[in-house]
Design a protein around this ligand. Sequence first.
Ligand SMILES: [Zn+2]
Length: 778
Amino acid sequence: MRIKHCVIALGFCGLSLSASAGEKFEQLTGVLPSPSEARLASGAPGPAYWQQEANYVIEVELDETEAMILGSETIEYVNHSPHSLSYLWIQLDQNMFSNHSKGTRSDQGPNFSAKSGEPASIRDSSFRTFLYKRDFEGGVRLGKVADKDGTDLPYTIVETNMRIDLPESLASGDSIVLNIDWEYPIVDEANARRTGRMELDGGDYVYQIAQWYPRMCAYYDEVGWQTKPYLASGEFALEFGKFEVSITVPEDFVVAATGELQNPEEVLSKKERKRLEKAMDSQAPVLIVTEEEAAKKLGSPAKGKATWKFAAESVRDFAFAASRGYIWDAKGVEIGEGKALAMSAFPKEAEAVWGRYSTEAVALTLDVYSDLVYEYPYPVAWSTWGPVGGMEYPMISFQSSWEIEEDGTYTEDVRNYVISVIVHEVGHIWFPMIVNSDERQWMWQDEGFNTFVEDIATTQFDERLKDSYRNSVKRVVERMAKKDDPIIMISADSLTSRGYQAYSKPALGLTLLRESILGRDLFDFAFQEYARRWAFKRPTPADFFRTMEDASGVDLDWFWRAWFYTNDHVDLAVESVESFVLDNGDPETSKAWDRKERYEDPDTPMIARLEGQADYASFDEQLQDWYYSYDEFAVTDKEREDYQKSQDDLEDWQKEVRQFEGNIYVAKIKNLGGVPMPVELEVDFEDGSVERIDAPAEIWRHGDEVVRVPFVSEKAVVSVLLDPENAYADADLSNNVFPRKIHEARFKLKSRDKSDNPMQDALSSEKDAEGDDPVSED
Ligand SMILES: [Zn+2]
């Protein structure tokens, strides 16, 4: 490496201050909403924090023949807000499935346009959904909407919401009881957006039923009534409460649901109850319903009905899955002092992967999330298989129908996908089912947090899943470098690239904070504090940003700003490394440096050619005055004396600093991507030793494009490597090393493609036909 050697002279000038303020390090004041006594500046809920409460008693029948949900509910709504409410808003999400809903009408469908002359290639399943949406007469048909005495209440339906006008305002602190009857047709697999039914081989169905009952809209301090319509992307904003739900299904169904089963003796056989008891203390999953037992029920549905009764407390929602084709297994998982049941329900079509992995993936999730986020507070956690690609509800998750071959084989992608999607959906029980953010507005606040913890959990499952995580980080870093995606902080329904904006980019941001910027101790304390503060409450993004700073004691506004509010990326580069030694003013050494520097650069060709050539003055002494033999770099007695005199005037500390003999190195680091990041350098020295130099992100606080990282050493530096552990999501590693390395890559050869030759095809098939003489049989 060529490190330029320079000499520094100690002067007495003052430091000059950079005039431009570092915008990237400005506080988020003005960007975040002002704190209040409800939401404190520390990020905690304050003394004035309030939230509404909704308790439900529901009776529902799943009508298999008509594919209908028929329900009747009593809602107790408690107004804990300081306001009086003259009307209430209720969500009727099923209206989204109507063929004239805003969701359907604002769906632009697949892109049918030809690309560069070729017809568009559209996935057949997307085309099926496109057609199905236009035909399906979905939506809620309301029966009674009444008060506790059965008196009808006037209501107005606005898209996926309903406003109920109250005869008298609901005062702060009061509660009201509503009675609602409704029904709706169950959507098919073709458009099973978070809920629906799916046909198994042989004509039986699996049902995953969600957003199925009229639910109270959220009403809260920052938004008022959250009445954004359900358009299919932005999920839900809901209130906590108690649920008692009775689900009537054909007698031979297995029902998995939010909550604890209240009447096992009525709906389970003695054998099943015994197995369930055994499962609680078993290391491996125990089958409650075996494949053979499920197979016997298929194709010959039972005539009778059964009612499964569930109860749940402190939940924001309720969902269930049901089928006579369900195999059911379970095992107990220790959570603190107690235990929870990890369970799975899946048909034989999924058995090869689900039988081996599903309940174990649920158990892993309960373990890791309880440890890292918040102790699992519920008695059960379900993974259920059905038409829904991946969705979460309290205590139950829905997963998809990824293809497993009839012979029981599957691709590695399917296996890895099943495990990680189960961990993901069960992980959502923490975000947003316990830490209840407003998903209709902020998708990243549950998806990003959950993906972050999911990555920690799945990479603990086995080696193969580490690889898929490695690849996903790579994809996010590459994507950030393109700078063409909108920022994270936009509303859920406007996201153009959900997977990146709401899942992987926020998750990688948290990983950087944990692994590289704050360190695990500080991060985990602060992240757990966020979960503790906001468990069973409703935090906003500001509450998260503020809590992380308040609990870690580290100003992170620069990070929230860069990662969540811009589409900058990370690309720091080592621009140069310079080396300096001290010129202490002693003319003996000082002048030697001067001489060296004068003649350091090689002569230009013209000067070089003159070397040894006689000049005028050498022939004619007349031309030789005093300067003819003057050596400006020779030290004179006067210079020696002056130097000595100047030394005598110095104070002791001034003499001491002039004794310095090491090297000062200065690495210049350029921020090409825009995101400020800590600077970590690995320095290789000539003697083979290695040293680490680092600077926190605050080194960028003055808004510089290039910063200096100085370090001192006696030894000679060979090379400097920035971000040696690849810990900061740097998009271009090639400029992280100084001096630069030659990039090594490979290329492949390919032959020219043969074009179609219809003439040859035709002639050869004619020839085949000629030779096709009937073979005489012996
Ligand atoms: Zn998710």
